[in-house]
Ligand binder design. Structure first.
Ligand code: URA
Ligand code: ZN
Length: 361
């Protein structure tokens, strides 16, 4: 069995230099007067405090390719498809974005070349740049030997993935047969977590904000007819689609009963959520439990799920442990969901990714 990880991140050296050079979100800071605080990664407004415990600890597992390879060895992962971690290039000024995207994507391509056969990548787009520069990077990425698609957050050009101004970008992605890896970052407004949210660490935004952000983004794409206009557009959803597999029936029912959509004539000739789930959506298997994984399989099909780890997020909890609980949970979920059906488990652990991402044997 070949194990392929389609959800695994890095901040490559070119991106780390940028983060270290900044004082505003996103940035990495260190504390020369208190080296025990270590380097901290600050990528969300709620993390941006004045204390040495701001953000999250960031170590070489985020940027050193040897750490990625060690992690892969320790967990029996044969191939990793690396994507830049959030918040990608969403925050760059328009005039700088295209150049930075080329530098970061080339940095990752070089890493893949240096570890031939072990590493592939999803590239990053300069979404704040003029549209022609974005489509030029899509075409360029399609020609890079180790790139297999594009990682994207939910903000699009600034107003979400249902923005009609994204149409030329979706068209270029579709035409170049690239896969979008759609990943959350912004979560939900912090007010929904209540006054005691900071007592609960990152649990509410990560466990609930992230999946709902993804679910809302995809539902908005569906409602705005993205897949009616781009019937071949393929999207891999992070975290098994957020809550999409579980809520698809409710989403479809709300659409079918909506008086406004009916009056606007938007209920005819539209592709429904089940059709899109089975023909345009792939789901990673980053769900940490077999109940959610079974819902994902039911929604999209066992041939559309692909194993992932979300490394280097959710590190091992025990001092000195090098096996990650998060990875064990994802692997166990696959095996417990499929029981003796080794062929289906193998498909999710690697052979689906090999087929979908055109990876060599
Ligand atoms: N996983 C990610 O990819 N990003 C985060 O910020 C947290 C978990
Ligand atoms: Zn992730």
């Amino acid at each position: 069995m070949t194990v392929i990880d389609v959800h695994t991140h890095m901040y490559p050296p070119a991106y780390m230099s940028l983060l270290r050079s900044r004082k505003n979100i996103p940035y990495v800071c260190s504390f020369p007067d208190d080296p025990s605080a270590g380097d901290r990664l600050v990528i969300l407004p709620a993390e941006d405090t004045a204390s040495t415990s701001r953000g999250r600890p960031i170590g070489p597992e985020y940027f050193d390719v040897n750490e990625k390879l060690t992690f892969m060895r320790n967990h029996g992962i044969d191939v990793s498809v690396i994507s830049l971690a959030n918040p990608w290039l969403d925050w760059l000024p328009s005039s700088e974005a295209a150049k930075v995207a080329r530098t970061v994507n080339d940095d990752v391509e070089r890493m893949c070349m240096e570890h031939e056969g072990k590493l592939y990548a999803f590239g990053t787009l300069p979404l704040s740049a003029p549209v022609e520069q974005v489509t030029a990077e899509i075409r360029r990425l399609a020609g890079l030997k180790h790139h297999r698609g594009i990682v994207m957050g939910t903000s699009g050009l600034g107003s979400g993935l249902d923005d009609p101004a994204l149409d030329p970008i979706y068209a270029a992605i579709e035409e170049n047969e690239q896969l979008i890896f759609l990943h959350p970052h912004y979560g939900l407004p912090t007010s929904v977590y209540g006054q005691r949210a900071s007592d609960y660490g990152h649990v509410l935004p990560l466990a609930l904000g992230f999946p709902l952000e993804t679910t809302i983004a995809v539902t908005r794409m569906l409602l705005s007819g993205v897949w009616d206009r781009h019937p071949k557009l393929q999207v891999l959803l992070a975290h098994s689609g957020g809550t999409l597999p579980f809520l698809a029936g409710r989403i479809e029912s709300c659409i079918a009963h909506d008086a406004h959509l009916k009056k606007e004539g938007k209920l005819h000739n539209r592709r429904d959520v089940w059709d899109v789930l089975k023909n345009n959506i792939y789901l990673d298997a980053v769900i940490y439990g077999d109940v959610g994984l079974k819902a994902a399989v039911e929604a999209s099909g066992a041939d559309r799920l692909m194993f992932g780890t979300d490394h280097p997020f959710f590190p091992p909890l025990g001092e000195g442990e090098d096996e990650w609980l998060s990875v064990q949970l994802n692997t166990q979920a696959v095996h417990s969901a499929f029981g003796d059906d080794q062929k289906a488990a193998d498909a999710i652990m690697g052979s689906n990714a090999k087929r979908v991402l055109r990876l060599p044997d």
